[in-house]
Structures are given as structure tokens and as C-alpha cells.
Design a protein around this ligand. Structure first.
Ligand code: SAM
Length: 268
């Protein structure tokens, strides 16, 4: 497989699969609908496939790129460099709130994410949803299926619950492997995440929700009574109307939130 594109050899450790299908690029940019005055942030601009298409429509774009060579290439790109603010940084450590506060405007974040870190990166971004207006991400199709899944589905899990707790999740477009160079082994899809302005569920202790769902889904074949035995008693489960014989995948987000609020109130 040829891993070189536009003179750059793709680095596997940075999850580099560059978009080469112009129709896909235009469809993503149409979905984002970037406009002047918005604070746009691209994660992982790479060789600039999406970047060029976005700055054709707006005057300013912030980009976060970990690869020093690619950040340097963008900084000397003759047509777009003047429109870019380049952060040669790890997006996993980037302070999105600081950027939103500097501009006094919520952020619009997008990117064809490095698949090797897409799930932890999304968990990182969920902690910034108060300062984010919306997000558009290219991900493995399987990850998008997990993001949108509801109770009863095999793909429903901790990622579905945390994503839907923070955001409305809207699938946008499916993308085949040949839209990229080098082509990934999996199908991809674009998803839109819109942080809730009026959250349908609220917990007092978000870390506890994360811990409870991690424990519940760590052994998804077990009944909830067994998988949560160290965190919640039979009485706790019954108190919030959860049938202890059910498994993690059959519990709604509201039920997880009710349980977490019950457990955190018990401790205060
Ligand atoms: N946007 C380009 C495109 O669509 O052709 C490149 C997408 S490629 C899948 C992922 C990009 O994210 C690469 O440019 C890679 O170097 C960058 N990247 C990987 N890990 C990163 C991190 N932790 N923080 C910021 N950028 C990262």
C-alpha cells in the first residue's frame, strides 16, 4: 500500500489517513456550513484537505496538529497560511475553554480524527461541551454506531451513554475506505454532536456516572446486580426502579442517572 501522499509518508502512530475524495470533503464542509464570525477549530488538519475547503469559505481557522512536520507545512502553505492560527499541540491536552474565553464565543470543532485516539479524544471534548456549540467528526463507522446506540442494542455502551448525556448525536454521512490515502481497513462515517442547551438528564457527580457505566459494561453479560455489586446494593437498584436481573445494555440513560444521583445523595 502506498503510504505517501503529497510528498508526506503517513505516520501510523498519529492515525494518519488523508482524505482524497473531493465529493466527501465538499459534503463535510456543506454539513459544517462554516461562516465568518464563528470560532472554528480543526483537530488534525494533516495535509489540509478539509482545511483548504473550509478556508475557501471563511477568513479564520484555528488548527491543532500534533505532527511537527505537518504543522510546519501548513505554516508555509502559500494560499492558506495567513488565515490559520496553528497550535502544534496534542488535542488530548488542548484547553478548549481557554480558546472560547479568548474569543468570547463558543467553538465549532471539527476534524477527521486519528482513529487510534478517537474515543479518549471525545471523552476529553465532552468535558468542554459548555464552551462548544457543535462538533463534526469523521470516525470509524463502528464508533458512530456506538455513539448513536440506544438500550437493547449490542453497540449500546458507556460511549453511547456519555455522548448522549452531553450531546444530541446525529449521523451525517458514511464514507468508504477508498476516500482516504492510505485507505483504512474499516468503513468510516461523519457524525454531528450538538451539546445540549437544556440537558434532558443531569447528575450531581459526573465522575460517578462514568465509573458506574464503566463497571456496568465491563462485564456486559452479567446482571446489573453482579456487575455493580461493589457500588450499589440490591436496595439501591430497587429504590430507583431498576430490575437487578437486567443487564447493563437494557438500562436507559435516565435510569443510570437516577441511580448515580441516588448513590451520590446517599454519600452526602
Ligand atoms: N484532516 C486530514 C485529512 O482529512 O486528510 C488528516 C486526518 S488524519 C486521519 C488525523 C490527523 O490528526 C493527522 O494529521 C495527525 O497527525 C493528527 N493527529 C494525530 N494525533 C493527534 C493529536 N493527539 N492531536 C492533534 N492532532 C493529532
Amino acid at each position: 500500500m502506498n503510504k505517501t501522499h503529497l510528498g508526506h509518508t503517513a505516520r501510523k502512530r498519529f492515525g494518519q489517513n488523508f482524505l482524497v475524495d473531493n465529493n466527501v470533503i465538499q459534503n463535510i464542509v456543506a454539513a459544517i456550513h462554516p461562516q465568518n464570525g464563528q470560532v472554528l477549530v480543526e483537530i488534525g488538519p494533516g495535509l489540509g484537505a478539509l482545511t483548504e475547503a473550509v478556508v475557501a469559505r471563511v477568513d479564520k481557522l484555528n488548527v491543532i496538529e500534533i505532527d511537527r512536520d505537518l504543522a510546519a507545512r501548513l505554516a508555509s502553505h502559500p494560499f492558506i497560511r495567513d488565515k490559520l492560527t496553528i497550535y502544534q499541540e496534542d488535542a488530548m491536552k488542548f484547553d478548549f475553554t481557554k480558546l472560547a474565553v479568548e474569543h468570547d464565543t463558543p467553538l465549532r470543532v471539527f476534524g477527521n480524527l486519528p482513529y487510534n485516539i478517537s474515543t479518549p479524544l471525545m471523552f476529553h471534548l465532552f468535558t468542554y461541551t459548555r464552551t462548544i456549540e457543535d462538533m463534526f467528526f469523521m470516525l470509524q463507522k463502528e464508533v458512530v454506531e456506538r455513539l448513536v446506540a440506544g438500550p437493547g442494542s449490542k453497540t449500546y455502551g458507556r460511549l453511547s451513554i456519555m455522548a448522549q448525556y452531553y450531546c444530541e448525536v446525529i449521523p451525517v454521512l458514511e464514507v468508504p475506505p477508498n476516500a482516504f490515502k492510505p485507505a483504512p481497513k474499516v468503513d468510516s462515517a461523519v457524525v454531528k454532536l450538538v451539546p445540549h442547551k437544556n440537558p434532558p438528564h443531569l447528575v450531581d457527580d459526573i465522575k460517578l456516572l462514568s465509573r458506574v457505566t464503566a463497571a456496568a459494561f465491563a462485564q456486559r453479560r452479567k446482571t446489573l446486580r453482579n456487575s455493580l455489586s461493589e457500588m450499589a446494593s440490591l436496595e439501591d437498584l430497587n429504590k430507583v426502579g431498576i430490575d437487578e436481573k437486567l443487564r447493563a445494555e437494557n438500562i436507559t440513560i435516565k435510569q443510570y442517572c437516577d441511580l448515580v444521583n441516588h448513590l451520590s445523595q446517599k454519600c452526602t
